[in-house]
Design a protein around this ligand. Structure first.
Ligand code: MN
Length: 328
């Protein structure tokens, strides 16, 4: 398919580059570094070769979220966003931008998003899971965005009317004991999805979307497992007649269907896509590759040939993203 839009596509600045070093064996690090720092060479050639018209770019992970010093987090986010704005300005026909946000400081995060959207023309934010802040729990407490201090931030996101991409990161060591002795389960194998799915469910259960029903959250990797589990989340022990224990007023499936979108990033499997279409509908699924951690050809060759209707391919490949991010 020509004209695809892809929206989980990462780059790095020198300050954040090392955050990606552990995700590939040493022999692949030179290649990954080149892929992360490159915008206009290899990346653009791959886009041309595989029918990708536009990439919405975002900073690598965990980057800003793992910087426990607030002022440093604010500074790195601002510099990454300014760099990205300059790169996008060179090819506005091919690249758009997601803001990196210093969520350690909810007010600063809201101000930075406002600046990125209004002054730099960014189309939303991409945040790498929970944040660590030296002023809250010495940087060892994962700050999830259902916490009450983030409600004013979400009010600003709703006011700006831009989507928020909740991207994975690994759990902190004290929260990763289930993986002890099994490091292969960290990262994209399993821990990313578990971490991000729980974060998304916390947002749903917290009542955030009752307070701000217009918020739109994007999840990668075909929904981090949630499409496959959403019925069970709402129906466990259905014979026990008790009111729900969470503050949210509606079913999780209602929020998932009205406040969430998912992308195909790093999960190139037709069976999984069809399950997602059955749960969410083809209007809330968008093509993405997860470059440079996955290959553009692997994503595009799979998607272009996947057994879905051509009408759905066009929606998922382009028009859903175009509408959600107001790109036309
Ligand atoms: Mn990614």
């Amino acid at each position: 398919m020509q004209g695809k839009i892809a929206l989980e596509e990462h780059f790095a600045i020198p300050d954040t580059l090392q955050d990606s070093a552990g995700f590939v064996p040493g022999a692949y690090w030179d290649e990954l570094q080149h892929r992360l720092l490159d915008i206009h060479d290899t990346r653009l050639k791959l886009m041309d070769a595989h029918g990708i018209d536009l990439m919405i770019l975002s900073l690598n992970a965990p980057a800003v979220q793992a910087i426990t010093d607030r002022e440093t987090a604010i500074d790195i986010a601002r510099r990454a966003n300014d760099t990205l704005a300059e790169e996008c300005a060179r090819r506005p026909d091919r690249f758009r931008a997601f803001a990196a946000l210093p969520m350690q400081d909810p007010d600063a995060a809201a101000r930075e998003l406002d600046r990125c959207v209004k002054e730099l023309g960014f189309v939303g934010a991409l945040v790498n899971g929970f944040s660590q802040d030296s002023l809250q729990g010495d940087g060892e407490t994962p700050l999830y965005y259902d916490l009450p201090q983030y409600r004013p931030f979400w009010g600003e996101v709703a006011k700006l009317d831009v989507p928020f991409y909740l991207h994975p990161r690994n759990p902190l060591p004290q929260d990763a004991r289930i993986y002890e002795g099994h490091p292969w389960l960290l990262g994209p194998t399993w821990a990313f999805a578990q971490e991000t799915a729980v974060h998304a469910l916390r947002l749903m259960g917290s009542g955030l979307f009752d307070e701000h029903p217009s918020l739109q959250i994007v999840l990668g990797h075909m929904g981090e497992g949630i499409p496959y589990m959403i019925w069970r989340i709402d129906h466990r022990n259905a014979w026990v007649k008790l009111p729900p224990k969470h503050p949210a007023k509606r079913k999780f499936a209602d929020y998932f269907n009205e406040n969430f979108h998912i992308t195909t990033s790093g999960n190139f499997r037709t069976q999984t896509l069809i399950d997602a279409i059955l749960e969410l509908g083809a209007d809330r699924i968008m093509f993405s590759t997860d470059w440079p951690f996955e290959n553009v050809d692997h994503a595009a060759d799979w998607f272009d040939a996947a057994s879905v209707s051509e009408a759905d391919r066009i929606k998922i490949g382009r028009t859903n993203a175009s509408r959600l991010f107001k790109l036309e």
